[in-house]
Write a new protein. Structure first.
Length: 188
C-alpha cells in the first residue's frame, strides 16, 4: 500500500498521533521526515474533519512530452491510452499532438516535399509556440527541406566536433596547445 493512502486511511480511522502515523508510513517506504508529516496533518487538525483520499497523481510535463514525441508506430500501450485520455479532454493538446506527429512522420519517412503544407497548417493554428516554430523554419527552408529529404548526414562531423570540445574542456588550464594537439591526434 502507498504511504500516502495509508496515512489518509489511518487518519480517517481516528489515529491522530503524527509520530505514530510517521512510523507506520516510514515502514511502507516514505522517504520524508516526521516534521513534513506533522505539517501535512496540521491542516486537518484544525478542521477536525475527514481527510480526503488523495487522487491519482497527474502526469508530469516530461511524461506528457515523452508520450507526444514517441514514434507513432511504436507506442507503449498504457502511455498511448493515457495520452488518448488527455487528448480527449484538451483540444489544444490534441492539436499539438497532431502537429508533432505529422512533423515526426515527415522526418522519419523523408517527406520534405510536404514541409510547406505542414508549415502553412501550423502557422494558421492558434498554438503560438507551434506557429512560431513553423515560422522560424521558413528562415532557411531549403536547408530544412534538404535535411528532411536527402540521405546525407553531418552526424560524423558533429561527433568529431563534440569529441574535440570535450578534450579541450578536459585540458583547459592544464597543459599547452602542443599536448592538446598530441592528444587529439592520438585518440582517433
Amino acid at each position: 500500500m502507498m504511504p500516502g493512502r495509508s496515512l489518509h486511511r489511518r487518519w480517517n480511522e481516528g489515529i491522530r498521533n503524527a509520530a505514530q502515523l510517521f512510523r507506520e508510513i516510514r515502514q511502507l517506504g516514505y522517504p520524508g521526515g516526521e516534521l513534513a508529516v506533522q505539517r501535512h496533518l496540521r491542516r486537518y487538525r484544525t478542521s477536525r474533519g475527514h481527510m480526503p483520499a488523495p487522487g491519482p497523481k497527474p502526469p508530469s510535463v516530461r511524461e506528457v512530452t515523452a508520450w507526444i514525441t514517441t514514434h507513432p508506430d511504436h507506442p507503449d500501450g498504457t502511455d498511448a491510452d493515457k495520452l488518448a485520455v488527455l487528448r480527449s479532454r484538451n483540444k489544444d493538446l490534441d492539436r499539438l499532438t497532431g502537429h508533432v506527429r505529422a512533423f515526426a512522420v515527415m522526418l522519419t519517412h523523408r517527406e520534405g516535399h510536404r514541409l510547406d503544407e505542414w508549415i502553412h497548417t501550423a502557422e494558421t493554428d492558434e498554438l503560438t509556440p507551434v506557429a512560431s516554430f513553423a515560422h522560424n523554419l521558413r528562415r532557411d527552408i531549403d536547408a530544412v527541406r534538404n535535411g528532411m529529404t536527402l540521405p546525407y548526414s553531418s552526424g560524423a562531423v558533429e561527433g568529431n566536433i563534440n569529441r574535440l570540445k570535450m578534450l579541450k574542456r578536459q585540458m583547459f588550464g592544464r597543459a599547452s596547445l602542443d599536448l592538446l594537439r598530441k592528444r587529439v591526434l592520438l585518440t582517433r
